[in-house]
Design a protein around this ligand. Structure first.
Ligand SMILES: *Cc1c(COP(=O)(O)O)cnc(C)c1O
Length: 394
């Protein structure tokens, strides 16, 4: 049997390669940071989700070690059997305080939080109205739920209104959106979404994975940005991006919703509890966020500086309110040459093209971090200029 299957797989893999979509891993020989070692060479990293630069933070490493010393290496249980320590409850409380919500439930990852949020709450009588560019984990989560599905074009409020009208026949309505969309770096128009939700009697869920720690004056996410703290029924997010970059996910929001997830959410009921080291570091991380706004301020300074300087140099950057800067190249093949030449110059960025972004909309995605120093940003901008001169002769 396997021989035939092997041939089939090999053919599929060859097609992926021929389409230029085959993913290779770049091997990093250092901790995750602004400066990383690759093949014995120092490179600047502009493609990590390490927005607050906490991935190699000494205080978090110390907290993780102390957490392991005090509470062990693993839990070897799901939460409701014997996988819940005092620290898990503490971390859930700190997340709720950070977002101004009522209660929080932890998961192994945000992928699980999104995978386990719809099915326990909604049935075939209900409606989920989802932004067309929502993250894969939201799409998968929605698939696991029997609710009727509606889709609106990215950030298109006229389309959302049409879908809400169509969904008036359903019992409950839930609008779902990413806080920040990872390809453009645009923030969802939560003020208008909230208004429409009020008008058409719907609830709202925001995935804060790319926005938490980043968006809003103090990095409390899109609910801070739009002055809607405590007003949104469901927020999901990750500890794998701005919040230290290790792993862990959460859903935070109205207390009855969280309570129901503890009863019926399958990734919570049937998957292992978060490891003590990660939980302890997570607690320390939220304490740091409460003590100072220094990292968020530095990130905002870096993103403002980078976007302004790139525009001054004549690069076509998408407007962004996040730590993601999309430098538009438009042509797919050219975007790959750009990314490769940037890498030769020791700058790690990612080129995206169809089908990840629309046809003719190829781009280089730059992700900024509080860990970047001014000279890192300047080196990146200089590399962009040099590569452009090389490719375009100007
Ligand atoms: C990264 C991301 C996730 C997945 O987070 P993990 O904790 O790594 O599973 C989910 N949703 C969005 C919007 C993301 O950007």
């Amino acid at each position: 049997m396997y021989e035939k299957f092997q041939q089939y797989l090999q053919k599929e893999l060859d097609t992926i390669k021929a389409d230029g979509l085959y993913k290779e891993e770049r091997i990093i020989e250092s901790a995750q940071s602004a400066e990383i070692m690759v093949k014995g060479k120092k490179c600047l990293n502009f493609c990590a989700n390490n927005y607050l630069g906490l991935a190699d933070n000494p205080e978090l490493i110390k907290a993780a070690k102390e957490g392991m010393d005090a509470r062990g290496f693993g839990m070897a249980s799901v939460r409701f059997i014997c996988g819940c320590q005092d620290m898990h409850k503490k971390l859930e409380k700190k997340i709720a305080e950070f977002f101004g919500t009522e209660d929080t439930i932890l998961y192994a990852a945000a992928f699980d939080a999104n995978g386990g949020v719809f099915e326990p709450l909604l049935t075939a009588e209900d409606a989920i109205i989802s932004d067309a560019l929502n993250h894969a984990s939201i799409i998968d989560g929605v698939r696991l739920c029997k609710a009727e599905r509606y889709r609106y074009a990215n950030g298109d409020m006229a389309d959302l209104e049409e879908q809400l009208k169509a969904a008036q026949k359903n019992r409950f309505r839930l609008i779902v959106t990413d806080g920040v969309f990872s390809m453009d770096g645009n923030v969802c128009p939560l003020d208008k979404i909230y208004e429409l939700a009020q008008k058409y009697d719907a609830m709202v869920m925001v995935d804060e994975s790319h926005s938490a720690g980043v968006v809003g004056k103090t990095g409390r996410g899109v609910t801070e940005r739009y002055n809607l703290r405590g007003k949104i029924e469901i927020l999901t997010g990750t500890l794998g991006k701005a919040f230290g970059g290790a792993m862990g996910g959460f859903t935070t929001g109205k207390k009855e919703i969280i309570d129901m997830l503890r009863q019926r959410s399958r990734p919570y009921l049937f998957s292992n509890s978060m490891a003590p080291g990660l939980v302890a570091a997570g607690c320390r991380m939220f304490d740091m966020m409460a003590e100072t706004n220094e990292l968020q301020d530095r990130l905002h300074e870096n993103t403002d500086y980078f976007l302004r300087r790139m525009k001054e140099e004549g690069f076509d950057c998408k407007p962004s309110e996040s730590a993601i800067c999309a430098v538009m190249i438009y042509d797919a093949a050219k975007s790959q040459v750009y990314a490769a030449k940037m890498q030769e110059r020791g700058i790690f960025v990612t080129g995206f093209y169809y089908p990840v972004v629309p046809k003719g909309q190829a781009r280089i995605r730059v992700q900024l971090s509080a860990a970047h120093k001014r000279e890192h940003l300047d080196q990146c901008i200089e590399a962009f200029k040099a590569v452009r001169a090389e490719i375009e002769g100007k």
